[in-house]
Write a protein that binds this ligand. Structure first.
Ligand code: NAD
Length: 247
């Protein structure tokens, strides 16, 4: 029997954090197109209202910097079959001036929240015995030291490490866990960091494909890792970087 690849996720529920903007928004749209029921989680109600009007997705407003709010929101979303931990923040500070407050804020959203949300989802997946798939949205910053990004790079390296442990422990339950690791992707976050040509020029010069990533390109890679085409892919960090890390 042939399956309709365009509706690959029909009958599946996917929770997407950070779905209000950028990569999370593109992922929520793509997963809706491919048949999934999307639960979109973000801190901005206005963003989620717009997405809901467009796609009919379910929405949850929560601040993932708050551990208790994160746990409550993750439980509210259950049961889900698939999870995309996409919410993330960046703040630029030289290493010598990186404050404890900045470090803690970035680690809370980029790593701790991903763990809390994944725990709730994995518990539900295990109790239903149907397996599942989780994608954590990391970055090339997990592997490459980028000036002014000390806390951010640390958070993404931690997310990759967390992902490997999750892949090992949850794999036995049929739950696959992977990361996508994009280079600069044209989203509101990237505008904050890379809008000045003095910064974007040298970065672009290091990308063999000579352009930045579109959010939809990351979304399609996420969909690959969530779907049956990647059924034996578990515990990998998959670069979406036009060859940046190969150089
Ligand atoms: P973005 O800033 O454009 O969107 C981030 C989304 O996450 C927004 O909807 C925002 O409301 C939500 N969010 C942020 N903090 C939150 C919080 N405390 N609680 C709830 N929601 C919160 O970012 P983006 O560029 O789409 O990035 C998405 C992910 O991709 C992040 O994890 C980021 O680190 C990663 N990434 C981005 C790039 C890039 O160049 N844009 C490159 C590599 C990796």
């Amino acid at each position: 029997m042939s399956t309709d690849r365009n509706r690959e996720f029909a009958g599946k529920t996917v929770l997407v954090t950070g779905a209000g903007k950028g990569i999370g928004l593109a992922t929520a749209r793509l997963m809706t197109e491919r048949g999934a029921v999307v639960i979109a989680l973000s801190r901005s109600k206005a963003d989620l209202d717009a997405l809901c009007a467009e796609t009919g997705c379910r929405t949850i407003v929560a601040d993932l910097g708050d551990a208790n709010a994160t746990r409550a929101a993750a439980q509210q979303a259950q049961p889900v079959d698939l999870l995309v931990n996409c919410a993330g923040i960046v703040e630029l500070e030289p290493f010598l001036d990186t404050t404890v407050e900045t470090f803690d804020r970035i680690m809370a959203v980029n790593v701790r929240a991903a763990m809390i949300v994944a725990q709730a989802c994995a518990r539900s997946m295990i109790s239903r015995g149907a397996g599942g798939a989780i994608v954590n949205v990391s970055s090339v910053a997990a592997q490459v030291g980028t000036p002014l990004h000390a806390a951010y790079c640390a958070s993404k390296a931690a997310l990759d490490a967390l992902t490997r442990v999750m892949a090992v422990e949850l794999g036995v339950h049929g739950i696959r866990v992977n990361t996508v690791n994009p280079v600069v992707t044209l989203t509101p976050m990237a505008e904050k960091v890379w809008s000045e040509p003095e910064k974007s020029g040298p970065m672009l010069a290091r990308i063999p494909l000579q352009r930045f990533v579109q959010p939809e390109e990351v979304a399609r890679t996420i969909a690959y890792l969530l779907g049956s085409d990647s059924s034996m892919v578990n515990g990998v960090s998959l670069a979406v970087d036009g060859g940046f890390q190969a150089g």
